[in-house]
Design a binder for this molecule. Structure first.
Ligand SMILES: C[S@@+](CC[C@H](N)C(=O)[O-])C[C@H]1O[C@@H](n2cnc3c(N)ncnc32)[C@H](O)[C@@H]1O
Length: 321
């Protein structure tokens, strides 16, 4: 990612709503926010501009995102700590930054525009490129390794669980047959195999059939769901009283995990029928959104990539003694 990419193609998703939801939590004299998916730094830049006393900890597992955002946020260098790490290590990142308690947290999950648009990163089925899909380019596991070494069973499970692919077994079966002839190393060959595995009648509806397989592989390569399973509870635990979290997710699996993590903390956990609710059982958080909020039609017209966004937010209303 270099400066020529600019930020022209990239518009931070639901920016106004994110700022509005986090603002009350960041109104104190020395607030701290963590942006667990720094990306191009769009949300971070707006948060730093809106809150002159804010310290921002930005995390991204993509070294190019850290490099790019370090330049973009250089006017705020004295108020930012940018860390190349997985958000799965969020608790350690906060400890090492000497800020174990935070006022706000933002998760803008998934892939960034440059990851999708730079063909050679292998995320997109619309370009022919090596099958890579690593957000962290220093890790070993690539999509090529998954496609060429996982068993038929493992592949089918990933395609079903992470891609919600109805024809997971057929796609996995054809991958196994094709890779026996020659290793599958390019996005185009994989997209062709998926197309051939899906029954023709189904192919006519529902967009490019490779979409679900590519999503599944991306989630597997980057262990996206396990990172979220660790990161979101860590952020919630670190929030001070009145602290707020906002999560933007882009597919139903992320949104489901988010919903579960938030609702688990917004419920009274006491046995039903207690005459006086015990503080230990009372919810630590309240939801700030009713269900998941969606981008407006106006935003979708401006930024089609916001189409699958789902926003949920919560506020800490009680801390443990
Ligand atoms: C949608 S982009 C964020 C865009 C950003 N909010 C902006 O305004 O520019 C998502 C980013 O999260 C990063 N990412 C995804 N999973 C991650 C994880 N487990 N840990 C750290 N970063 C992650 C990706 O590398 C990508 O840069």
């Amino acid at each position: 990612m270099d400066d020529n990419v600019g930020t022209g193609g990239h518009v931070p998703v639901m920016l106004e709503r994110v700022l509005e939801l986090l603002a009350p939590a960041l109104a104190g004299p020395a607030p701290v926010v963590v942006d667990a998916n720094l990306g191009l730094g769009g949300h971070s830049e707006a948060l730093l501009a809106a809150h002159p006393a804010l310290h921002l900890i930005g995390i991204d597992r993509d070294p190019f995102a850290i490099e790019f955002s370090t330049r973009r946020l250089s006017p705020y260098a004295d108020r930012t700590t940018l860390v190349h790490a997985s958000s799965g290590d969020l608790a350690e990142v906060l400890d090492q930054a000497g800020r174990p308690v935070i006022d706000g947290a933002l998760f803008d999950l998934g892939v960034s525009s440059p990851q999708l648009d730079e063909a050679e990163r292998g995320f997109a089925y619309s370009y022919d490129a090596p099958l890579d899909m690593r957000m962290d380019t220093s890790q070993e596991l690539t999509a090529e390794r998954v496609v060429n070494t996982y068993s038929a069973r493992e592949l089918a499970r990933i395609l079903r669980d992470y891609g919600e692919e109805r024809f997971a077994q057929r796609v996995a079966g054809l991958i196994i047959r094709e890779r026996a002839k020659e290793a599958i190393t390019s996005t185009k060959r994989l997209a062709d195999i998926v197309r051939d595995a899906i029954p023709a009648a189904t192919r006519r509806t529902g967009g490019n059939p490779a979409k679900r397989t590519f999503q599944a592989l991306r989630i597997e390569v980057n262990a996206e769901l396990s990172a979220l399973e660790a990161a979101l509870p860590a952020a919630l635990d670190a929030l001070t009283l009145g602290g707020r979290v906002v999560v933007l997710s882009y597919h139903s699996l992320e949104d489901r995990l988010t919903k579960q993590a938030l609702t688990a903390r917004t419920k009274d956990t006491g046995p039903p029928g207690l005459p006086v609710p015990l503080p230990a059982h009372q919810p630590r958080f309240r939801l700030l959104t009713r269900g998941a909020e969606l981008p407006s039609d106006e935003e979708l017209a401006r930024n089609p990539r916001a189409a699958s966004a789902r926003l949920r937010a919560a506020e800490r209303i009680r801390v443990d003694d």
